[in-house]
Design a binder for this molecule. Structure first.
Ligand code: NAD
Length: 435
């Protein structure tokens, strides 16, 4: 912490001209791209995702995020307030100081980039604690940042377990902000720790149980089926915004599920190091056991298993779960209420817009949602009524660094991505001037 504090206090980073900080951040993004294959392989070996996606999605998104915030550094202007007379009031944004970042294991590089990029671009020092399950790419990012010219002490990585390395960061009196992505359970503790210590700013991106709502007048059923199946099984279902609750209007449910089941064989788990694999390994045995326990609860509580429902072993000794679909799920079943964080789709049914909005919103989470209909009024009405940070209409996975991402309700506090993220890592200062 002292290295990060010293780097902030002597302004070796915040004091650089914005155009220079921009160039260094561009060089950091270039370093990531130049080491893309190595980083992708490391990510796959660390947490089990298919190497093709680690390369095409994780590495590229992380580099793009750092480049985008670097690009913004010399394009964000401050303000002058419309004060009543000749006095001048400048409203400026200043870095917070030392920003602690704690991230999970499912997208280690992307989750880190979403926070370190705007925090560094705003002139802060950063201390990153990666997940104990996937710490390797974070350590490599620190080396690449140094090679790019980010001054020593500005970007630091402290690996370790949550209670031993994460809590001290959240409790530290010399840390000005804690930016956390992970479970809602730990996120709540982070807010308490921030309040108990120095009232540091606390931002949390937490769990999800996202509803994906398909009306009978969906404009393209095949596209909706592909999105429903592809998005829940992407990253082995280990995505906070996975559409894990699929609501299909009763009149088309049977036909919809028939098409969905035809796609399931494409998602058979395989060796993540093979380029053809689309679904890889679960991060570890603990997580696999959690997923299998949820599958058991679905069976016991009366949901109808349509596909999967058990572990697989395409690589000896590995942790794999078959792509699993339950039909006949009721909103009060455990598999409809709790985040499973594995390749398990719960299918529910509804009668009309009011019914599905009520069901979709009756959950502690509010991260993402989707609605499929060709009726613009229904799409707009349902999208407005859903309590979620992001709502998609007639697609599921549109994504861009330019749009904010975050949750309503217990899915967290604050937004990652877009220029809104600068608000999280800056203080607003007013300077009154009268000559
Ligand atoms: P987790 O909460 O167990 O751990 C997240 C991080 O917190 C890890 O680095 C861990 O070491 C650390 N940690 C654990 N206990 C801590 C403590 N007492 N004090 C400080 N730090 C502590 O979550 P996970 O299992 O790594 O990740 C899965 C969760 O992350 C899911 O709930 C998922 O929805 C969520 N997630 C959310 C988003 C989002 O943007 N909303 C993105 C990715 C993942």
């Amino acid at each position: 912490m002292s290295a990060a504090r010293a780097a902030f206090e002597d302004r070796r980073w915040a004091g650089l001209p914005p155009a220079k900080r921009k160039r260094v951040m561009q060089a950091f993004a270039d370093q990531i791209q130049q080491h893309a294959d190595e980083l992708a392989l490391t990510e796959t070996l660390d947490m089990g995702k298919p190497v093709r996606y680690a390369r095409a999605v994780d590495v590229n998104s992380a580099a793009n995020c750092i480049r985008w915030y670097g690009e913004a550094v010399d394009k964000v202007y401050d303000e002058i307030a419309p004060t009543p007379d000749t006095a001048l009031a400048l409203i400026t944004r200043e870095p917070l100081g030392v920003v602690g970042v704690i991230v999970p294991w499912n997208y280690p590089m992307i989750m880190a980039a979403w926070k370190i990029a705007p925090a560094l671009a705003a002139g802060n020092s950063v201390v990153l604690k990666p997940s104990e399950k996937s710490p390797l790419t974070a350590l490599r990012l620190a080396e690449l940042a140094l090679a790019a010219g980010i001054p020593p002490g500005v970007f630091n990585v402290v690996p370790g377990f949550g209670p031993e390395a994460g809590s001290p960061l959240a409790l530290h009196m010399d840390v000005d902000c804690i930016a956390f992505t992970g479970s809602t359970r730990v996120g709540k503790q982070i807010h308490v720790m921030a309040g108990q210590s120095n009232l540091k700013r606390a931002w949390t991106e937490l769990g999800g149980k996202s509803p994906n709502i398909v009306f009978a007048d969906c404009p393209d059923i095949d596209k909706a089926v592909e999105a429903a199946v592809g998005s829940i099984f992407f990253n082995q279902g280990e995505s906070c915004n996975a559409p894990s609750r699929l609501f299909v209007e009763a009149s088309i449910k049977e036909a919809f599920l028939e098409k969905a089941l035809k796609l399931v064989p494409q998602y058979q788990p395989g060796n993540p190091l093979e380029k053809s694999t689309v679904m890889g390994a679960i991060v570890d045995r603990t997580q696999m056991d959690t997923v299998l326990r949820y599958i058991d609860s679905g069976k016991k509580e009366g949901a109808k298993l349509l596909a999967g429902g058990e572990a697989a072993e395409p690589v000896k000794g590995g942790c794999y779960v078959l792509p699993t679909i339950f039909d006949g799920v009721k909103n009060d079943m455990t598999i409809a209420r709790e985040e499973i964080f594995g390749p398990v789709l719960s299918v529910l049914s509804f009668t009309d817009a009011a019914d599905v909005v009520k069901q979709a919103n009756s959950n502690i989470y509010g991260l993402q949602a989707a609605v499929w209909t060709r009726d613009i009024n229904k799409a707009h009405g349902v999208a407005r009524a859903l309590r979620a940070g992001t709502v998609h209409v007639n697609q599921y996975d549109e994504d861009d660094i330019t749009v904010p991402f975050g949750g309503f309700k217990q899915s967290g506090v604050g937004r990652d991505k877009s220029l809104h993220a600068f608000d999280k890592y800056t203080e607003v200062k007013t300077t009154w001037i009268r000559i």
